[in-house]
Design a protein around this ligand. Structure first.
Ligand SMILES: Cc1cc2nc3c(=O)[nH]c(=O)nc-3n(C[C@H](O)[C@H](O)[C@H](O)COP(=O)(O)O)c2cc1C
Length: 380
């Protein structure tokens, strides 16, 4: 396996069909999911020559830490189901490559389990839940692990409509025929049954156990998350988070320059331009399209991160050229985790770094901060 698309195909063979479809799919007609890739691929980079590119340094300083490259493993819910204690394996690979691992609220492993298996503090992603007492407790737990960077996801007041999950039997699967169909999908992946099903327990959402008890099944946990995302959340809730969190707050899920300005007014420390990997509003713009307008509005105030469809070093350069300081990857690392566990995530991070280094050389840049709109054929 030598590229992210190879890991994707291997993941398809390794994990049950409904789990693969959960990772791979988007909302409704998946037009935004496709646009994320299509619009990135359409961006032409300027090839420059004879620029002395012997000493290329991909490192980046972000929120007071120097990372090996401008890449973050973005938060992905129930990623831990793709390999035994999957979030632990991914966090270890992130640490070995000196990039941040952002853990989802709805992870299989608890924040304590992941933090206890790595030395570097991770980043944590928070969903605004209706139960504010629970949120306060959770933020305390996260802070006790030494975590200082909170991604506050704002683009999920309600869960997007995801037809693939229904067709595959992941959701709305109450009747016997559907349950048998799901069981067959599981039995068709014996190595996953052994690695995750038998050896990889407990199968609950670790961060929610204090709320629901360890006896609750995965289905109960997922029902809780569906019912408890808070559709009444507003910008005023940033102050609730600020009161209960002493570290940095980065709002994730912005696509509109006005929302970006509002976020800055609320005093956040960073933003993530994101359409949740095309899983929320189908018909929303790709992030490659949304990013330049947001960068024009708020560049220089706080770091701008972006995600959506990034699967190569050239994609990273494209996003930096459009105005991002760093990128998050979602599916790219999860396919790798499903395909080959910790080793897979490690390899994907290696290949992204190597591709980034080569793309920097061929565009005539020796450090990420040199990359800007002049790197592009069309200036956007
Ligand atoms: C299966 C899956 C689960 C996700 N779960 C979360 C989550 O729990 N919290 C969150 O903020 N974003 C979540 N996201 C969105 C990612 O953080 C990220 O925005 C998106 O995956 C980026 O697009 P990409 O997958 O094309 O790289 C999820 C994405 C996927 C694919």
């Amino acid at each position: 396996m030598i590229s992210v698309s190879d890991y994707r195909e291997q993941a398809r063979k390794k994990i049950p069909h409904f789990l693969f479809e959960y990772i791979d799919g988007g909302s409704v007609s998946e037009s935004t999911l496709r646009a994320n890739r299509r619009d990135l691929e359409r961006i032409s980079l300027r090839q420059r020559v004879l620029k002395d590119v012997r000493d290329i340094n991909t490192e980046l300083d972000l929120f007071g830490t120097t990372y090996s490259m401008p890449v973050v493993l973005g938060p992905v819910g129930i990623a831990g189901l793709n390999a035994r204690r999957g979030e632990v394996q991914a966090a270890r690979a992130a640490e070995e490559n000196n990039v941040p691992f952002a853990m989802s609220t709805v992870s299989l492993c608890s924040v304590e389990e992941v933090a206890g298996s790595v030395r570097d503090p991770m980043w944590f992603q928070l969903y605004m839940a209706k139960d504010r007492v629970f949120l306060k407790e959770l933020l305390k737990r996260v802070q006790n692990t030494g975590c200082e960077i909170l991604l506050l996801t704002a683009d999920l007041p309600v869960v997007g409509t995801r037809y693939r999950d229904v067709r595959s039997g992941l959701t709305r699967c109450d009747g016997l025929p559907c349950q048998l169909w799901r069981l067959l999908q599981i039995l068709a992946r014996p190595s996953w049954v052994w690695d995750v099903g038998i050896m990889g327990g407990p199968h609950n959402l670790g961060n929610l156990v204090p709320l629901m008890g360890s006896d609750a099944g995965l289905k109960d946990f997922l029902a809780w998350t569906d019912e408890n995302f808070d559709p009444s959340a507003t910008w005023d809730d940033i102050s609730f988070v600020r009161e209960n969190w002493s570290g940095k707050i980065i709002v994730k899920g912005l696509l509109d320059p006005e929302d970006a300005s509002q976020a800055i007014k609320c005093g956040v420390d960073g933003i993530v331009v994101s359409n949740h990997g095309g899983r929320q509003l189908d018909g929303a713009p790709s992030t490659a399209k949304a990013l330049p307008g947001i960068a024009d509005r708020v560049a220089g105030t706080v770091p701008i991160l972006v995600d959506g469809g990034i699967s190569s070093g050239t994609d990273i350069i494209r996003m930096l050229a459009l105005g991002a300081d760093a990128v998050l990857i979602g599916r790219a690392w999860v396919y790798a985790l499903a395909a080959a566990g910790h080793r897979g995530v490690n390899q994907v991070l290696h290949l992204l770094k190597e591709e980034l280094r080569i793309a920097m050389a061929l565009t005539g840049h020796t450090k990420p901060s040199m990359i800007d709109r002049n790197t592009l054929i069309d200036k956007h």
